[in-house]
Design a protein around this ligand. Structure first.
Ligand code: HEC
Length: 124
């Protein structure tokens, strides 16, 4: 009987722990991006991806999508698709692998805020 009770308590603990985990995963899926934080995370990207009025040699040589002014959640989703392997580009995959969900959301918001007329564009 004592054994049964212990077993019941243990399975209750396991249930609570898994519910907590579900809560955490659900939360991670809708992290909110912060453009200011993103500014410190795009140094890797600037060499290849241009923003309006910012000169980068690469877009004229290779076909690299312009990110400035792009929708923030779109960028974050694209990055997580590279990370998960749903998008195949090898360079982007290895770059996205190093980014957390928070990094992706921050970077998305940063690029969403960059346009040719953006007064706060530090790279213009
Ligand atoms: C070595 C060059 C290079 C670097 C560095 C680089 N990218 Fe890319 N990126 C590309 C290329 C090329 C593509 C197009 C790949 C494809 O066709 O899937 C791309 C695609 C993307 C896309 C998809 C855009 C769309 O419209 O679908 C996003 C988002 C992106 N990159 C974000 C980033 C971010 C954020 C960084 C920095 C953390 C970064 N990239 C660094 C070359 C680069």
């Amino acid at each position: 009987m004592i054994f049964m009770k212990k077993h019941l308590i243990l399975s209750k603990i396991a249930l609570i722990a898994s519910l907590a985990l579900v809560g955490f995963v659900a939360h991670a899926a809708d992290v909110k991006g912060d453009a200011q934080a993103g500014q410190g995370k795009v140094w890797l990207c600037i060499g290849c991806h241009s923003i309006p009025d910012y000169r980068s040699d690469y877009p004229f040589v290779y076909s690299v999508p312009m990110l400035g002014g792009q929708n923030g959640p779109y960028i974050a989703t694209a990055l997580s698709e590279y990370k998960k392997g749903e998008r195949k580009h090898p360079t982007m995959r290895s770059i996205a692998t190093s980014l957390s969900d928070q990094d992706m959301a921050d970077i998305g918001e940063y690029y969403a805020a960059q346009t040719a007329s953006s007064p706060n564009n530090p790279l213009k």
